[in-house]
Design a protein around this ligand. Structure first.
Ligand SMILES: Cc1cc2nc3c(=O)[nH]c(=O)nc-3n(C[C@H](O)[C@H](O)[C@H](O)COP(=O)(O)O)c2cc1C
Length: 214
């Protein structure tokens, strides 16, 4: 109940920040392949700095959900900086612009985010992460939380003994407790604090984020 009272306040603040970043359409970039390889055969970074190299000795992958392309852009930057593979969580039923309307209490996202038990189905092929030691896990903030499809993912994927580095994009909200909630739902994995990254994060921002979450 408290969450439903506070959420509009959080969103109101966020929407002020969002005012300058409209223009994207729902599912922009959602046609990318589910998995793409960054190689993982050499720890390199976009600027060649050691600080942006792979976060651990093993293979790493960036797993992300992005409805309008912002998180996807950040995911690609992290993958390039850490020589990680990429896997996109694509909803079985993609989100339309109407679905993403946070001003409509009856929009799909409003209804899903009001229901803690909602678990939207994933349409992309299931991902076996057993060969990876580090998973960067990215998502947009919706109503102060991770989209419910992220819960679908963490509850259906074996993340045991992996380091999970959560990251989000948003109109201004911090990552808050969203990653802690996902950690509880996963019930496994070694979760770093992670954090919010701007859609326009620079190579230095990305390198600093990777370094902080080693
Ligand atoms: C349904 C919905 C709810 C949102 N709620 C918040 C919020 O609570 N706080 C915030 O800062 N931004 C919020 N946003 C803005 C997104 O977090 C932001 O635009 C994000 O970068 C979008 O990422 P994407 O393009 O990868 O989907 C919301 C957006 C949508 C569609």
């Amino acid at each position: 109940m408290l969450k439903r009272i506070l959420a509009p306040l959080v969103l109101a603040c966020a929407l002020l920040a969002l005012a300058g970043c409209t223009g994207q359409t729902a599912q922009e970039g959602a046609d990318s392949t589910s998995v793409s390889s960054g190689g993982n055969d050499a720890a390199s970074s976009s600027d060649g700095s050691p600080a942006a190299s792979e976060a651990s000795d093993g293979k790493s992958i960036v797993v992300y959900f992005s409805a309008t392309g912002t998180t996807e852009g950040v995911a690609e930057k992290i993958a390039a900086a850490t020589d990680s593979d990429l896997y996109e969580i694509i909803p079985a039923d993609p989100y339309t612009t109407e679905d993403l309307n946070y001003n409509d209490n009856l929009s799909r996202t409003s209804v899903e985010m009001a229901d803690e038990s909602a678990r939207p189905a994933i349409g992309s092929d299931p991902m076996d992460l057993s060969g990876y030691s580090t998973v960067y896990l990215g998502y947009p903030i919706w109503w102060g939380e991770a989209p419910r499809i992220m819960s679908t993912f963490v509850e259906s994927t074996d993340l045991s003994s992996m380091t999970i580095v959560p990251f989000c994009t948003s109109g201004g909200s911090s990552i808050g407790d969203s990653a802690k909630t996902l950690e509880q739902q996963a019930g496994t994995g070694i979760w770093t604090p992670g954090g919010r990254l701007s859609g326009s994060a620079s190579d230095d921002d990305i390198a600093a984020f990777v370094e902080r979450n080693r």
